[in-house]
Design a binder for this molecule. Structure first.
Ligand code: F3S
Length: 426
């Protein structure tokens, strides 16, 4: 690794022992991936993945304490992934007991540490930090030190920022020292596509299903998608960005995609087009039958596959303001056609505190409340990590939640039918 004078000085301990250790760790991390230099982290804010005060994270709290004590806090302020708990989300006495005493017992302590380290603001807890309401939206070309997979893939693909799929803790280290190793998705070569994805569906593909199919096929490689502009157009409008948010999260969780290009739409594809493809590119054709095949092959891991759902989670990643409004309309229309007043399955829509605050200012908030849907800033995955939640029949249209928990995936239309009519959605 070739270091600049300043980087060498940090490594030699001229800025203190703690920062030297952090630099050493990042260099070792880069060397594993063949990085030959370190580059500055840019942008005003960072984003951290570790948002939960899990009892077992003792070494993390020690590291945080060391950073705080040595004054080596990040020059950037940061947002952080969603909180793991929210009283508004239905949970029984035992579930709450486990959450509080065995799982997230150090939440308050950890949030105090985050505050000292540079949390943007008290409620900056969300995985969709790049939304306007939250205010952590990187610029094209910014070098980031993020780890949340759904945010990394969005920042790289839709915003044109540059970030590897780092791990938790590595994200804060890069931000504190101000440098990250230069490899992978930070380089021009690493951003070229090795897969050409040809979309030939007869209708707009479900974002979370399409992302899942692509993720499982390309794994950690970079896909270049053609044929989607037919359904999405060629401008990054609010609804297109929402689609890409959900699509990207599925590619990142069902595979390990950190960057995708959409022909005629995403920034680098607009600039370079097919020149982004490497030689020997592989091809994957997706039509209606292929999406159906992918959907049918999802394993159902409920103890009783015919169980009546006890909970529905929507918003993983967190919903946008427009998504909340659109779903308010959809739920109302669904209830009207079924002649019901309230949703028949307890349903939680999740969004960032900042988006929820804006939503509350609109007339939609009262309308949604009247349907019985609960809004929350929680991370559904952290709720599902509770062994008792894992035994519940939970439904979702999030392919990330399906992948990491026992929650069962349904398309948006099927979810709507289940929560407003009580059918099984199929
Ligand atoms: Fe966000 Fe939690 Fe889902 S971090 S993407 S809501 S698993």
């Amino acid at each position: 690794m070739i270091l600049t004078k300043e980087q060498q000085a940090i490594l030699d301990g001229e800025k203190g022992e703690t920062l030297a250790k952090v630099m050493k760790t990042l260099i070792k991390y880069g060397e594993v991936f063949g990085a030959e230099k370190m580059v500055p982290v840019t942008g005003k804010h960072n984003h951290l993945v570790t948002s939960f005060g899990l009892k077992a994270l003792g070494p993390v709290y020690d590291l945080m304490d060391q950073l705080i004590a040595s004054g080596d806090v990040s020059k950037q302020t940061f947002s952080v992934d969603p909180r793991p708990l929210d009283k508004k989300v239905p949970a029984n006495f035992l579930q709450n007991f486990i959450f509080k005493n065995f799982m997230y017992s150090r939440q308050d302590f950890y949030e105090t540490q985050l505050g000292k380290l540079g949390l943007m603001e008290k409620d900056a807890f969300t995985c969709t930090c790049y939304m306007d309401e939250v205010g952590n939206k990187p610029n094209k070309g910014d070098v980031l030190s993020w780890a949340e997979s759904s945010a990394v893939v969005y920042a790289n693909s839709v915003l044109g920022a540059r970030c590897n799929r780092n791990s938790g803790i590595m994200d804060i280290m890069g931000s504190v020292v101000g440098y990250v190793p230069y490899f992978g998705l930070l380089t021009d070569e690493g951003r070229r596509a090795t897969w050409l994805i040809d979309i030939r569906t007869t209708k707009k593909p479900e974002a979370q299903l399409l992302g899942s199919a692509i993720g499982m096929k390309v794994m950690e490689e970079v896909p270049y998608v053609v044929g989607l502009d037919k359904w999405l157009g060629t401008e990054l409008t609010d609804s297109v960005c929402t689609y890409l948010k959900d699509f990207g999260a599925a590619t990142a969780s069902n595979g390990a995609v950190g960057l995708y290009h959409i022909d005629k739409l995403t920034p680098e594809a607009k600039e370079m087009g097919m020149n982004l493809l490497t030689e020997n590119v592989k091809t994957y054709v997706i039509d209606d039958a292929e999406l159906e095949r992918v959907y049918k092959e999802y394993p159902i891991i409920w103890k009783d596959p015919a169980a009546k759902p006890k909970l529905c989670f929507m918003g993983c990643p967190h919903m946008s303001l427009q998504q909340l409004k659109d779903w308010t309309d959809k739920v109302e229309a669904g209830l009207k056609s079924s002649g019901k007043k309230k949703v028949v399955i307890p349903t939680v829509f999740t969004a960032s505190p900042a988006v929820l605050k804006e939503f509350e200012k609109t007339e939609y908030a009262q309308r949604l409340k009247a349907t019985g849907v609960i809004t929350s800033y929680i991370c559904p995955l952290m709720y599902m990590n509770n062994p008792l939640s894992g035994k519940m029949p939970v439904i979702t249209s999030s392919n990330k939640l399906r992948t990491y928990t026992t929650a069962r995936y349904y398309t948006d239309d099927e979810i709507l039918e289940q929560i407003t009519k009580g059918g099984n959605g199929k």
